[in-house]
Design a protein around this ligand. Sequence first.
Ligand code: NDP
Length: 340
Amino acid sequence: KGYIDRAPQITDMELKITNISTSELVETMEDGAVMVKNLYLSCDPYMRGRMRDFHASYIPPFRPDSVMEGFGVSRVLHSKNEVFKCGDVVTGMTGWEEYSVIHNTAQLRKIEQDPDSGNDPIPLSYYVGLLGMPGFTAYAGFYEVCSPKTGDSVYVSAASGAVGQLVGQLAKLHGCYVVGSAGTSHKVDLLKNKLGYDDAFNYKTEPDLNAALRRYFPGGIDIYFENVGGPMLDAVLLNMAIHGRIAVCGMVSQHGMSSWQGIHNLQTLIAKRVRMQGFLQSDYLHLFPRFLEDVAAYYMQGKIVYIENMNEGLESAPAAFVALFSGGNVGKQIVCVATE
Ligand code: NDP
C-alpha cells in the first residue's frame, strides 16, 4: 500500500477490507461500465515500477490508498455496455479485489471461447500469461526485435518466467540453439526437460558469469533476450557474437534500486557491431491478433507448453507479487481469486 522505495523493504502489503455489497457497486456504475467478478489476477514485475513516481517511466504510478490495478480475467456480472453481456468472460485491466466496476471498457477483450463451455481446453488463466501480455511480449520481442535466423545461438535470462519460457520455445521452433538461465536447480531442470531448452544453468551458483557464458556459447551469442540487467548484462556484453542483437525487455534485478547498477562493458557493442534495443510490447499491438492465432495454435498442437505458479485467494496476492523479485515464482505468477 502506498509508495515503497526499495524492493528489499517490501515484506508485506496491507489488505483493506471494504464491505460493500454488489448491489451498492451496481449503483456506482456509469453508462458503458461493467461490473465483474475477478477470477484470476496477474502479478507482473512492471507493477513494481508503479510503486514509485519515476519521471522516466512509461506508465503512471499507482495512487496511494487506491485499489491496485493489474491484468486479470473476470466474469461480467452486470453490464451497462452493449459489447459485454452478463456472463461474458473478459480480460484486461481490473482491480486487485473480488469485484470491480470497470469504466474503461475499451481496454477489455472478450474471451470468445469460454473453456467452461467444454469446447476450449485453453485454461482461462492463460489469458493473462501465455495468451496475454507476457506471452505477447515474448512474441513481439523475439520476432520483431531479435531479428532471429535459423541456427542463431540464443540466450534468455529469467528463462523460466512468464515471458522467458515462451521466448525459449519460440526460438526452438525457429531452429535456434537456446540456452536459458534461472535461479534454482528446479527451474534449470524445467528449462531442460519441460521447456525444451538445449541447455540451462543456475546463475546463482556460477562463480563467474562470463566464464559460464563462454562455456555455453563458445562461438558467441547471436541473440540475448534481456530480462534481468545488472551483472548478467555486463557478462553477456563480453560474449556477444559479431552482429549480435540484444532485445532489452526488462531489468528485473534493478527494480526498486535507488540507483541502478553500472554497466561496464558497453564498448564491446562497437567492435562486435551489436544492436541493443529496448522495446515495449505495447508498441506492437497491431500484431496481437496474429500472436493469439499463432500461439494458441502452437499450444493446441502441443508444440509449446506453459508453466504457471498459481496462488489461491486474494489474500495471497501481496506475497505472490513480492516473490517475483526473489525468484519465488516458478513460471507465470497468477492469483486465483475465484474459479467461476
Ligand atoms: P518472471 O515470471 O520472469 O518473474 C521474475 C523473475 O525474475 C523471477 O522469477 C526471477 O527468476 C527473476 N529475478 C528476480 N529478481 C532477480 C534478480 N535480482 N536478478 C536476476 N533475476 C531475478 O517475470 P516476467 O516474465 O513477467 O518478466 C520478465 C521481464 O520482462 C521483467 O524484467 C519484466 O519487467 C519484463 N517485461 C517487459 C515488458 C515490455 O514490454 N518490455 C512486458 C512484460 C515484462 P530466477 O529464479 O530465474 O532468478
